[in-house]
Design a protein around this ligand. Structure first.
Ligand code: TYD
Length: 388
């Protein structure tokens, strides 16, 4: 598989590739990649993901910050740190309240946007070493949070030790990520790519982080990214576990994420999903229909390469990120165009690669595209929307 976010011009160097395979740890139940490319190959000054591009996500992060700050209310000792702050979308809600804060991110291009937005920043990967430097410079943190970031960090032990060191005794660590149970249930295997080293569950988060002095006391399911879980951890092991967490853990146990059978079933469903998608696109090609993709997501790299879909089946992909226009998709070489071009010349069918933003996209595009625009969805199953 190529690196999922390696969007480059056609004649530039080929994307680096790596072996994409996964395992489940039978001790801590952590679902994980077996191999990962070097983090500096993935997160650098060309990282093409900008949190603030989605209106829904901006609103979501506003509510997330409200929740985090309501658990440990702000006082004169408050200091809020975000790991992987990207363009500063979430931290801007902390800044607006005048609370001391720091955003850490290894990708310089996105971090500069945060800085221009009045966010205090620190360029780099979060490590225990960096945690020591931050404590020296700013003191300990009352709140550490991260959204769609912790699953990107391969050295979980060092990360957990660093967070534990950084936090005040009453401090909390809150993070959210795509949830393993949702991925298995929806066959959203496109969540598996180089940057997602782990797909977490309640069981794995509880087990792994408690070894390093961070104790899960609450969790809240989120609709974002096709089903995510927000985890609340405390340095204080006496903090009581919420009844909401207990109910979620009971539900997770019932699904059987600890059993091999569920994963074998998932593999079978991934293979049939691939067959259904390729069969449909091949049929449309034979009928002479034009087919384009909507959103050149990181996730689409897994779909396109796993299904071996190239420009013969999907002629182009429209994306709202200016940096991606004029590039091709990694490994599958499908040209990427700006979304303004889509509105000028819509294809017969649009494959929705950003299926996790379906509501936002459908609402927005209803006004801009023909009333009878046909969409192809592949999560949870391959289907056509608007086909008469
Ligand atoms: P997302 O599913 O958030 O992320 P990932 O890349 O991690 O899979 O999708 C982000 C991409 O989708 C980004 O390239 C911008 C694009 N996009 C659009 O083109 N239009 C939209 O309306 C939205 C919400 C996203």
């Amino acid at each position: 598989m190529p690196l999922a976010n390696y969007f480059r011009k056609m004649n530039e160097i080929k994307p680096p590739t790596f072996r994409l395979s996964t395992s489940l740890c039978e001790t801590c139940y952590l679902f994980q990649l077996d191999y990962q490319p070097k983090p500096s190959d993935m997160f650098n000054e060309t990282y093409p993901f900008f949190t603030g591009l989605s209106q829904n996500m901006r609103e979501h992060f506003g509510f997330m910050v409200d929740t985090i700050l309501s658990i440990n209310p702000i006082n004169h000792e408050s200091f809020v740190v975000e790991l992987g702050c990207n363009d500063g979308t979430a931290l801007s809600f902390v800044r607006n309240r005048g609370v001391p804060h720091l955003g850490i991110d290894p990708s310089e291009n996105v971090l500069r946007l945060a800085e221009n937005n009045g966010i205090n920043i620190n360029l780099g990967f979060f490590t225990t070493e960096l945690a020591h430097e931050i404590v020296k410079m700013h003191g300990r943190a009352s709140h550490v949070f991260a959204a769609n970031v912790i699953c990107h960090i391969p050295d979980l032990k060092d990360l957990a030790k660093g967070i534990e060191y950084l936090l005040q005794e009453s401090g909390i660590f809150v993070f959210e990520e795509p949830y393993l149970v949702d991925m298995l249930a929806q066959v959203s295997y496109d969540q598996i790519y180089d940057e997602h080293v782990f797909i977490f569950s309640l069981a794995s988060v509880k087990e792994v982080f408690s070894k390093y002095g961070l104790f899960l006391f609450d969790a809240e399911h989120q609709e974002t990214h096709g089903g995510s879980m927000r985890y609340f951890l405390s340095k204080n092991r006496e903090r009581p576990m919420s009844s909401r967490l207990q109910a979620l853990m009971d539900a997770e146990n019932e699904v059987g994420i600890k059993d091999r059978g569920g994963y074998i079933d998932f593999i079978d469903k991934c293979l049939s999903n691939r067959n259904d998608l390729v069969d449909l696109l091949t049929k449309l090609k034979k009928q002479g229909k034009s087919v384009a993709g909507y959103a050149a997501t990181s996730k689409s790299t897994t779909i396109l390469n796993f299904c071996k879909i190239g420009p013969d089946l999907i002629q182009r992909i429209y994306d709202s990120t200016p940096e991606k226009a004029g590039c091709v998709t990694p490994g599958s070489n499908i040209p990427i165009h700006s979304q303004d071009e889509l509105r000028l010349n819509p294809p017969d069918y649009l494959v929705l690669f950003a299926w996790n933003h379906k509501t936002e996209i459908m609402t927005k595009e209803k006004k801009a595209l023909p009333q009878d625009q046909k969409w192809i969805l592949f999560v949870p199953k391959v289907e056509i929307l608007n086909e008469s």
